[in-house]
Design a protein. Structure first.
Length: 233
């Protein structure tokens, strides 16, 4: 090996060593046992230590130039990004960057079953944290009336066929987001009197449910929960 080649190898090795040291300084050391919460807050959002604050999420470099269909893939999977609903959900991320439309709809599906079954069972304690005041008062009124008439309910949730976002409204001043979800489900319900006789419904008949529910939440609030604030057909 001639001297010129040897000198070139030495120079390249020195440059490589310098780059390794620089990368270690910038990226830090990894032991393989780091706690993910050291780098990411709840829901995978990067945080600077102010947990629950929507303005601490650090976007990937160049995210602003990313194709909207990729940057808002969670919304695009459910609605047209250029539709009024899509534009509203995209605007919601200005107030809470961790908002995820797909996570919302999955949570809404779970809440739908929990609320229906809680209502039929007359479980006010389970319903209270899931309902807005008006809906809670309406539901408890029916529950109390059943109890006063010695009526009981046999109910079974058969399954959810679909859940679709039909509308979304964002009040910029209060950062309040309301999302209407259309549920298509199946359920068996039978109401019995004190003697056990069926006075409403049918314990052998699968009833088709078609409900439009409105969920509400204040974006940026430390409480991640949504409330059911309106029900309709």
């Amino acid at each position: 090996m001639n001297g010129a080649v040897m000198i070139e190898i030495i120079i390249l090795a020195a440059v490589a060593g310098f780059l390794v040291l620089r990368l270690r300084d910038v990226l830090g050391r990894r032991t393989g046992h780091e706690n993910p919460s050291d780098y990411f807050g709840p829901g995978g959002s990067a945080t600077s230590g102010h947990e629950g604050s929507s303005d601490t999420v650090i976007p990937f470099p160049g995210a602003e130039q990313m194709d909207p269909s990729m940057r808002h893939a969670d919304i695009a999977a459910l609605v047209d990004l250029e539709s009024p609903i899509g534009e509203t959900l995209v605007a919601a991320k200005d107030h809470e960057t961790s908002f995820n439309a797909q996570q919302f709809i999955e949570g809404a599906k779970a809440a739908y079953e929990m609320i229906l079954m809680g209502f039929e069972a007359g479980d006010k304690t389970a319903l209270r944290p899931l309902l807005g005041n008006d809906v809670f008062d309406s539901f408890t009124s029916v529950i109390d009336e059943r109890a006063a008439n010695n009526l009981s309910v046999d109910a079974r949730f058969v399954g959810l066929r679909s859940a679709k976002i039909e509308n979304a409204e964002l009040t910029e001043e209060t950062k309040t987001l309301q999302i209407d979800v259309r549920f298509d489900a199946e359920m068996i319900v039978a109401v019995r009197n004190a003697e056990g006789e069926v006075v409403d419904g049918d314990p052998t008949f699968v009833r088709r449910m078609n409900d439009l529910w409105t969920f509400e939440r204040t974006l940026g609030d430390s409480n991640p929960g949504w409330l059911l604030v309106e029900t309709g057909d």
